[in-house]
Design a protein around this ligand. Structure first.
Ligand code: IMP
Ligand code: MG
Length: 180
């Protein structure tokens, strides 16, 4: 088996859309500060690109949760691998995620973060696969809704590969033929 990656959203399209979403955040948070929570590892590229375009004061913290193994299927198990460094009490918190798929990860994460008494708690995602949802999650900012395909790039991986691609692509698997 070999893999190739087909471009779904080009670097230009992604960057243009991030600018639009950042503009919306700038309007919504005008006069406030925003505390971005990057969900590692997948959210890291999107968090950086988004944060650079936000004009209100930004602080950043990082969290790592695990719900997937090295394959394309959800295990349904969500656990905190790395917790935040700072408290959320009184802060305008915006979670920045790479993709919302079943919604299990964010459902769980928002529940535990809400208990830490932020002034507000919102969610921003680069990608959403609404058809795949099994838990109801309110998404405040979505860059792109995408079909139910396994995507990589811009932080998203397949077996830890392809995170560094500057675009969003779909992994395609091929049976290697004798001549190939
Ligand atoms: P959920 O809990 O099913 O919503 O899964 C969310 C997490 O699954 C994301 O943060 C990703 O790490 C991973 N994931 C879901 N779909 C994809 C995909 O198409 N490509 C890469 N990772 C994915
Ligand atoms: Mg993720």
């Amino acid at each position: 088996m070999s893999e190739t990656v087909r471009v779904l959203l080009s670097e230009e399209e992604v960057n243009r859309r991030i600018m639009e979403v950042a503009d919306q955040i700038n309007r919504d948070y005008a006069g406030k500060e925003v505390h971005l929570i990057c969900v590692l590892k997948g959210g890291v590229f999107f968090t950086c690109e988004l944060a650079k375009r936000i004009q209100v004061p930004v602080s950043l913290d990082f969290m790592s949760v695990s719900s997937y193994g090295d394959d394309t299927k959800s295990s349904g198990v969500v656990r905190i691998v790395k917790d935040l460094d700072q408290p959320l009490e009184g802060k305008e918190v915006l979670i920045v995620e790479d993709i919302i798929d079943s919604g299990r990860t964010l459902y769980y994460l928002m529940d535990i973060l809400r208990k830490r008494n932020p002034a507000s708690l919102h969610l921003c995602t680069l990608l959403d696969k609404p058809e795949r949802r099994v838990r109801d999650v309110k998404v405040d900012y979505t860059c792109f809704n995408i079909p139910d395909e396994f995507v990589v790039g811009y932080g998203l991986d397949y077996a830890q590969k392809y995170r560094n691609l500057p675009y969003i692509g779909v992994v395609e698997f091929h049976e290697d033929s004798e001549e190939a």
